[in-house]
Design a protein around this ligand. Structure first.
Ligand code: S3P
Length: 166
């Protein structure tokens, strides 16, 4: 079983992924962290020094490497499945994509003080999130094998996913 969690920044891919992996006794791998370790740079540094397209290529490479693992939960980046080639790569490598669907206002609230994500370091953050969310929402939905309503507390969302897997 290889489950790739997708969804907008702040939807809980890493936090839910970690708890889910622990519950299922699977491995958890976070794509951003994986890339940061590989290049010994933060995502922000990669964006600033090598550019976004370098990061996007690193994401595609990471999918193939990460999905060599069995019984793994993967926290993808918010932009990973926006590239249809990555969706194909995930499926080709035996992964299932679960979309963590969190309403826009909750995401805006969770992300309002973020200092880590390069895309969000801008004055018009709230409007930008809305625009990007609207651009991406149907892409996440269409890319996914399963849509998980994920606005609830972590434990509840994990329980829902475990039930769906059984
Ligand atoms: C991005 C989301 C980030 C990270 C990068 C780009 C995006 O991951 O991959 O900053 O394009 O939405 P998280 O969704 O884990 O924050």
């Amino acid at each position: 079983m290889k489950i790739v969690l997708c969804g907008f920044m702040g939807c809980g891919k890493s936090t839910i992924g970690r708890v889910l992996a622990k519950t299922l006794k699977y491995k958890f791998l976070d794509m951003d962290k994986f890339i940061e370790l590989k290049y010994k740079m933060t995502v922000t540094e990669i964006f600033a020094q090598k550019g976004e397209s370098f990061f996007r290529q690193a994401e595609s490479d990471a999918i193939i490497e990460i999905l060599q693992n069995e019984n793994v939960i993967v926290g993808s980046g918010g932009g990973t499945v926006i590239n249809p080639e990555n969706v194909e790569l995930i499926h080709k490598n035996g992964g299932k994509i679960y979309f963590l669907d969190v309403p826009l206002p909750a995401l805006q609230e969770r992300l309002k003080r973020d200092i880590r994500r390069p895309l969000l370091q801008r004055e018009d953050r709230k409007e930008f999130i809305e625009k990007l969310f609207n651009e991406r929402y149907s892409i996440y939905k269409n890319a996914s094998d399963l849509v998980v309503s994920a606005g609830a507390p972590i434990k509840v969302v994990v329980k829902t996913i475990v039930k769906l897997i059984d």
